[in-house]
Design a protein around this ligand. Structure first.
Ligand code: SF4
Length: 290
C-alpha cells in the first residue's frame, strides 16, 4: 500500500468523536463565538502537555471562571491581576500562579491592540508564529521557566508543538476538529505539531529520518506529507497523534494491533514482522514439497 493510501486508511479508521474526548481541542469546542474559541484554544493548546486528565483540571477551572465573566474573550478583556482570580491559585507542572497571571495580563494587552489573528501575520507558519508569540512576549515581564514554556518560538529552533497545534486549529478548514477561523494563512503553509507520538510514527514509517524533535524535523515531516497533499499536509496530524495517544502504537510490535494497523505495510516494526513471516512461509514451502 502506498503512503497516501495508508494515511487515508488511517484517517478513515480514526474514530474522531471518541478521540476528541481525549484531545485538548475539545475545550475550544465548548464555544461558538470565534473570539471565545481563540482564547479557549490558546489556553488549551499551551497547557496540552502531560496526560489529558492532568491538564483538564486547570483548564476546567480557568474556563469556569471565564464563563462566569461572559466567556473567555470577555473574561480576558476585563482581566485584572489585582482582583481575585483562580489563576492566582493555579499551578501546572512548571507553570506557576505568577506565570498564569502574567500571560493573562499580556494576552489582554495583545487583544486591546487588535484581534488575535492580526498578530499572527506572515506567509509561513514560522513567520506567523514568531510574530504572534513575539507580540505576546513583548507584553510579559522577564520570562520565568513557566513563561518560557508558553513562548517557545520557531526562532529558537523548537518544534513548538503546542503553538503549531493552536495554528492548525485556527487555520485548517472546519471539519469537526479544526475551526478554519483564520483565512489569512493557507493550510498549505502549516507545519505539523510534532509531539512524541507523531515523531515516533514518522520515524517508523519513513516520513523522516531525523531523530531530534525540533523545528527542522517538523518541517521535514510536513514536506513528506505535502508530497501527498500539498494543499493540506497537516490534515493527517490528528490521526497520527491519536494512534499514539490512544495507546495503540507504542513503537513496539504488538500482535493484537500491528497487523491491523493502517500503516503496517510502511512501518519498520509492523511491516518487518509481516515480511519476516512471509519470508519464513516462503522458505518453508519448498521444504514441505520435498
Ligand atoms: S504497525 Fe504497529 S508499530 Fe507500526 S505504526 Fe502501526 S501500531 Fe505503530
Amino acid at each position: 500500500m502506498t503512503l497516501a493510501a495508508s494515511l487515508d486508511a488511517l484517517l478513515a479508521a480514526t474514530d474522531v468523536d471518541a478521540r476528541l474526548a481525549a484531545d485538548p481541542v475539545r475545550f475550544a469546542h465548548r464555544y461558538e463565538d470565534p473570539r471565545d474559541i481563540e482564547v479557549a484554544a490558546l489556553f488549551a493548546s499551551q497547557l496540552a502537555f502531560g496526560r489529558v486528565a492532568s491538564f483538564a483540571r486547570p483548564l476546567d477551572l480557568i474556563l469556569a471562571e471565564a464563563d462566569e465573566a461572559g466567556g473567555p474573550y470577555a473574561w480576558i478583556r476585563g482581566f485584572d491581576a489585582q482582583q481575585p482570580t483562580v489563576l492566582a491559585t493555579l499551578n501546572y507542572r512548571w507553570i506557576w500562579p505568577g506565570d498564569f497571571l502574567a500571560v493573562a495580563t499580556g494576552l489582554r494587552r495583545v487583544l486591546e491592540a487588535g484581534p488575535l489573528a492580526s498578530h499572527f501575520r506572515g506567509d509561513t507558519a514560522a513567520e506567523a508564529l514568531s510574530a504572534g508569540i513575539g507580540r505576546l512576549a513583548d507584553e510579559l515581564p522577564s520570562p520565568t521557566r513557566g513563561m518560557t514554556a508558553f513562548l517557545a518560538s520557531p526562532r529558537s529552533g523548537s518544534a513548538c508543538k503546542r503553538w503549531c497545534m493552536f495554528l492548525r486549529w485556527m487555520v485548517r478548514p472546519s471539519d469537526g476538529i479544526d475551526f478554519g477561523l483564520w483565512t489569512h494563512l493557507s493550510p498549505a503553509r502549516l507545519v505539523i505539531p510534532l509531539d512524541t507520538h507523531v515523531h515516533r510514527i514518522a520515524l517508523l514509517t519513513g516520513l523522516t529520518e531525523r531523530k531530534t524533535a525540533n523545528w527542522r524535523t517538523s518541517e521535514d515531516v510536513t514536506r513528506a506529507l505535502a508530497a501527498i497533499d500539498p494543499q493540506d499536509p497537516v490534515r493527517f496530524d490528528f490521526a497520527l497523534a491519536h494512534l499514539g495517544i490512544s495507546g495503540a502504537c507504542t513503537g513496539a510490535y504488538e500482535p493484537s494491533i500491528c497487523p491491523e494497523c493502517a500503516l503496517t505495510t510502511l512501518c519498520r516494526v509492523g511491516g518487518a514482522r509481516r515480511r519476516t513471516r512471509q519470508t519464513a512461509g516462503h522458505t518453508k514451502k519448498p521444504a514441505r514439497s520435498r
